[in-house]
Design a protein around this ligand. Sequence first.
Ligand code: ARG
Length: 464
Amino acid sequence: MTAQLSKKSEAWSARFNEPVSDLVKRYTASVFFDKRLAQVDIQGSLAHAEMLAHQNIISQQDHAEIQRGMAQIQEEIASGKFEWLLDLEDVHLNIEKRLTELVGDAGKRLHTGRSRNDQVATDIRLYVRSEIDNIVGLLRDLRLALLDLAEKHADTILPGFTHMQVAQPITFGHHMLAYVEMFSRDAERMLDCRKRVNRLPLGAAALAGTTFPIDRERVARTLDFEDVCHNSLDAVSDRDFAIEFCAAAALIMTHVSRMSEELVIWMSPRVGFIDIADRFCTGSSIMPQKKNPDVPELARGKTGRVNGHLIALLTLMKGQPLAYNKDNQEDKEPLFDTVDTVVDTLRIFADMATGITVKPDAMRAAALQGYATATDLADYLVKKGLPFRDAHEAVAHAVRACVDRGCDLSDLTLEEMRVFSSLIEADIFEVLTLEGSVAARNHVGGTAPQQVRLAIARHRSKLN
Ligand code: ARG
């Protein structure tokens, strides 16, 4: 019996009387997706081994052998020569098995005082931490591109909308700055999440800690973690940091999606506010005239899958008793796909922002329709002493008259305007221009070109 059992390859198989079926093997294995964690897995193992040697739990000789073996494994993985085996279940056991092949007993000693439970939790944290840094960098690139666009169009006027109806004139630079604000908060959120990601689970072992005289702070320092996780059960079982990351990612995609929606509308020939460079668009296989804004449309669509991954992780967590359960293996694919989607989307958007051509004439023509300066007329009357509600009513009468006659407020003569309020004087025409309207909103957060330039400078100094 001993001989038969020793033939089995699984790290835990000595306990079992029969092998698992091929289907179960495939069902429980994760190596084909978690091999993405190989680099961080080795990084974590090396830090653990260094600590074991420092604490005299393994010998210096063993430590040197482990380092040598891991260096070779890294090479094998980099060159594509490493053989990933389904039989070995996951990234951790694949690497450990190869290490043992290469360096013998030293490889078998690596797992002293450790479990795959604290090992995998450490790997994911290292992975998420580095992807946060990557995403924060990409958010910066995107903001810099949007700031360039905002600066170019600090004075370009288009209608601002509420309820999809022309509301008040705004500057295109101001509109772009709204997205810069959103993406700034997204970066802040990622960095805030990073603090909670950046704590070390290693040392929790399977769930209760270990009997070996380990030094967790030492491992934390080696791996650049800010702190250790302070409860072993919590350390191996919770994935709240990954959920938080996915929530921050879902918000990034939500902002990207709103922007996409606008780009699609603006590029519609019916609106014609912008054009997007050909390299971000595709044609139709049947309608030769078409140029479709595929990139923004796809980004809007991909927001759905990232939202889905967030819900998947929340649902994965909600029913689990303490401590580690195999359910947690399901955290990886949603997490990886979230990273891939957000990273690709941000990269493309930073590039696409440089490929947006603004059409100021179309924007201006649209802003001249829909009585966009009606509020300016009301504000004018207020400044002449009329209470705001009365001013609002007087202007509403004027707008109705203009609708009936099919003209704009600024098309009325002074006498015609004075029918609605005798407070109106010749200086009104200045107020009713689009330029006068945006320039008058000259305070922090307002749409005036001067404020747009100040805001751009503020953002740039933060980003540099
Ligand atoms: N592949 C596993 C995961 O991703 C590693 C931890 C397995 N631990 C265990 N006790 N089966 O979660």
